[in-house]
Design a protein around this ligand. Structure first.
Ligand code: NAD
Length: 322
């Protein structure tokens, strides 16, 4: 963080952040104009966007200005959206400060906010000029926030890099302890999987859907049981893996490997699912296409496939799994 001025000019840049980060890193911001937003999903709204636009007006930003987000996924999503829309688009960069934001939210060019209770309903596809990941920043994160990020890292291994899963199985403790060199490699490999998928399909017409592995059930579980995103997708990945076994795409041993690596990171692999609630949430899923859900399955570890599954068939499988 001490080298911030190398990446953006304090005279041109405005930092968007939240209170937690301002308290932790504020000493690095003193040369910059700063806009603070609230924390949590409740702050990821058009109301917050509106208040940031007002600050930009006060600061008399012009097209030569630069927007820098320093924070977790919420800060990055809001800042990316504001920057993409103010004055028809200002250049922006991200310094993600949570593991989830470093491995996922800051990568891929999706920016947006929630609307009327629907997550990320309003947004843009627009890439930042840079994403700077500083592993030192992760040291102040709570264990629960770290787990959230590890769930996405494991997802990237499962959908795109079998070798990553094998070395993580052997050396997961080094990741758990945030050991520098190990984490650098792990984060790099994880980003490579996401970047590779996004570069083939930036606006989510096909390939990018693979990134939703574990998310169909995950989103439903998150909503119903109030789980953290990582916890919900952990269970979602186990359920998707079970469906992959039922369809003969992976074997039971693969499924056990998946459950074991998630458990190493303290992520849940079981929940007493209420079938009707889950199916109701899935029927309302915005990614549903008519009677089918484009479901992400594993055709072997490190190889995701997207297959349409009818709501009826899914219902049957959920009934068998519960
Ligand atoms: P978050 O931004 O809410 O951060 C979690 C908490 O950790 C916050 O209270 C924050 O203040 C605090 N925090 C941040 N950095 C810290 C640090 N270094 N030390 C201590 N505390 C710190 O949550 P998140 O998990 O980073 O992001 C979740 C959001 O990301 C969701 O809204 C989700 O929709 C979005 N997301 C977006 C994409 C995308 O492609 N745009 C992808 C995945 C997730």
């Amino acid at each position: 963080m001490g080298q911030l001025d190398r990446y953006c000019d304090p005279g041109k840049a405005v930092i968007i952040t939240d209170r937690t980060i301002k308290n932790l890193l504020g000493k690095f911001f003193c040369k910059y104009r700063v806009v603070e937003i609230g924390t949590g999903e409740k702050a990821k709204t058009l109301k917050t966007v509106h208040s940031v636009y007002e600050k930009f007006l006060d600061y008399e930003l012009d097209r030569t200005s630069f927007v820098l987000a320093v924070g977790g996924g919420i800060v990055c999503d809001v800042a990316g959206y504001v920057a993409s829309t103010y004055l028809r688009g200002l250049p922006f960069g991200f310094i993600p400060t949570t593991l989830l934001a470093q491995t996922d939210a800051a990568i891929g060019g999706k920016n947006g906010v929630n609307f009327k209770g629907y997550k990320n309903l309003i947004g843009t596809f627009n890439q930042p000029r840079f994403v700077l990941c500083d592993l030192e920043l992760l040291k102040t994160l709570s264990a629960r926030e770290l787990k959230n990020g590890f769930a996405e890292i494991i997802k990237h291994a499962l959908i795109g890099d079998a070798f990553m899963l094998s070395y993580l199985e052997k050396e997961w403790r080094r990741a758990y302890e945030l050991e520098g060199t190990f984490m650098e490699q792990l984060l790099f490999d994880s980003l490579k999987v996401k970047a590779c998928i996004v570069s083939q399909d930036e606006t989510e017409k096909g390939e990018r859907r693979k990134l939703n592995f574990g998310h169909t059930f995950g989103h439903a579980l998150e909503k119903i049981y109030g789980l953290k995103h990582g916890e919900a997708i952990s269970i979602g990945m186990v359920l998707a893996a079970r469906i992959s076994v039922a369809k003969g795409l992976i074997d039971r041993n693969d499924m056990l490997r998946i459950e074991k690596i998630l458990a190493h990171f303290g992520l849940p692999v079981e929940v007493g699912i209420e079938k009707d609630l889950i199916m109701d949430a899935i029927r309302k899923d915005k990614k549903r296409e008519g009677e089918n859900i484009n479901f992400v399955l594993l055709n072997g570890i490190g190889n995701a496939v997207v297959l349409p599954i009818s709501i009826e068939e899914l219902e049957e499988m959920v009934r068998d799994m519960c």
